[in-house]
Design a protein around this ligand. Structure first.
Ligand SMILES: CC(C)(COP(=O)(O)OP(=O)(O)OC[C@H]1O[C@@H](n2cnc3c(N)ncnc32)[C@H](O)[C@@H]1OP(=O)(O)O)[C@@H](O)C(=O)NCCC(=O)NCCS
Length: 162
């Protein structure tokens, strides 16, 4: 995981390229550039990139296909944002990125990984496959652009040593 804006060079551009293309406007989940750069000023906030060839990190010559943004406090971490561009989906890049996020969290002594998702997000299948389980529901928490209310599901993964 890379931390802070000082060492991220062009990585915020890479994150924003994915952000713009990956999140459906209907759900209002995408962050703007300011939100991303401000978040990276906070202690414990970091990101991970994945290239179209599956290479993790920002050194790949390939276009960036996806990113994860996380924030950790003590031994807990939250997956704040997680996305792969539509043209690169269904090839295992999301799973590879999540595997990397979990491995790096484990290396830093993180014990629990949290995320929040809207009910029925297809990404839930991916999370379930990694062992995340629903630990809380906020009824009608999200409001879509068309006014529909959707539940927020809080998901948790216990990270073990192996
Ligand atoms: C979620 C996301 C990152 C998955 O990326 P991806 O590269 O397509 O994921 P993978 O190819 O590694 O898929 C791994 C598994 O997840 C499941 N999965 C992921 N996306 C899915 C989708 N849209 N529909 C159904 N299953 C999906 C599948 O079970 C898949 O396993 P399979 O290949 O054996 O079928 C991507 O769909 C995305 O960016 N979505 C929009 C942003 C978003 O909703 N982020 C999560 C916010 S909580």
């Amino acid at each position: 995981m890379s931390f802070g804006p000082s060492d991220c060079g062009d990585d915020i551009d890479r994150i924003m390229d994915v952000m713009t293309g990956a999140f459906a406007p209907e759900y209002g989940e995408a962050w703007n550039r300011r939100q991303v750069s401000d978040s990276l000023l906070l202690t414990g906030t970091g990101y991970c990139l994945i290239g179209a060839d599956g290479t993790v990190g920002s050194t790949s010559e390939e276009p960036t296909a996806g990113f994860a943004l996380t924030r950790s406090v003590f031994d807990e971490e939250e997956l704040l944002l997680f996305a792969v561009l539509p043209q690169y989906r269904g090839k295992g890049l999301g799973a590879a990125l999540l595997t990397e996020v979990i491995a790096r969290a484990r290396q830093r002594g993180i014990r629990r990984l949290f995320l929040e998702m809207r009910r029925n997000n297809p990404a839930g299948k991916l999370y379930t496959g990694f062992g995340f389980r629903t630990v809380g529901i906020r009824p009608g928490y999200y409001r879509t652009a068309s006014g529909e209310r959707l539940d927020a599901l809080s998901q948790e993964l216990h990270i073990t040593d192996n």
